[in-house]
Design a protein around this ligand. Sequence first.
Ligand SMILES: *Cc1c(COP(=O)(O)O)cnc(C)c1O
Length: 408
Amino acid sequence: MHKHHSALGLAVAPFDSAAGIAIASQPVQPVTLVRPHAAARAARYFVEKFPGRSMYAVKANPSPDLLRILWDSGITHYDVASIGEVRLVAHTLPQATLCFMHPVKAEEAIAEAYHEHGVRVFSLDSMEELAKIMRATGNAADLTLCVRLRVSSEHSKLSLASKFGVAPGEARELLFAARQAADALGICFHVGSQAMTPEAYANAMERVRQAIVEAAVTVDVVDVGGGFPSRYPGMEPPPLERYFETIHRAFESLPVSYSAELWAEPGRALCAEYSSLIVRVERRRGSELYINDGAYGALFDAAHIGWRFPVALLREPESDARDMPFSFYGPTCDDLDHMAGPFLLPADVQAGDYIEIGMLGAYGAAMRTGFNGFGVAETVAVGDEPMTSLYADTVAPARSVPASVVKL
Ligand SMILES: *Cc1c(COP(=O)(O)O)cnc(C)c1O
């Protein structure tokens, strides 16, 4: 693909849109498109409107470019879950505050995070983990310990309810012990990813209240976790502001210390709109399209949990055929490399056509493997709008892309 370079040495797409790139350069391999303005807009929305502190859950997309965009847009705290993520964020954003929010950690990881990277916030859901944290930090007196409560995932598309968390009725002993050991005591939870209604948070906050009352401890931090939704075909969530209002109201009525802080850990909602993918149709068999990315690429969720992503045919002139439902096969030799969709595309789509698959910034690029020798040719920054957005009309557009982004 032809690129020119700006005075800053940044590679700039010659055509500033998905269609422009597909039509002008006819890429043989998939191309990842990134939209720095969309990530910056989502970050500013959370920074301005969430009634507490928003920290980014790095696992949703650990791209250093994205981390710098979020930092430039006001996200100062990062939820990390492994020592690899701790090192990555510490290296990329040396001034960021890291919170180690995986409730089951290696003792060596805790020690390195505390002693070498200045991490002071840890989550836990067992007495064993508390003992580990105290050993690894040499009984540090400056810890914020967040006890992870188990809450329902019933309103979410992806459950996080069975693996981690202490049941609210059984949290008393752990909350009490963590209170003794901690400088600040927090309670955290995760309602599951892509929570389709604010009720999910209201219900979870009720469990928090129960746990606080039963343990009779002073709580300094309430962390409502991730789960904030994005927009996908067939999944149209209410406006995020409704979630924020519900959470704010619930927080205000909790029996916590007067100076208690409210935190959230959005992953998906901060980065889903950041990235999309241009793929090429290599073959058509009826309503099945063989495309050049799939389950082992950025489309893990489309294949394995039937997630639907928005799609658009990139053709000039535009097709005027009516839409019909298609399924996709990815490029590897594996039957599992299949995405049922349905994906709605013009009925005359054919081999050689290019398709944009949208909303892949969260849990898309992050899941890519090199299986079977397939991969992505390159990443290009574009300035057009994401295929769909929760934020487009809510925050003024960025005047310019943050200077730190886009090294190709
Ligand atoms: C995955 C995860 C998040 C982010 O969840 P989203 O649904 O992407 O917002 C936040 N906190 C924890 C502890 C997680 O495991």
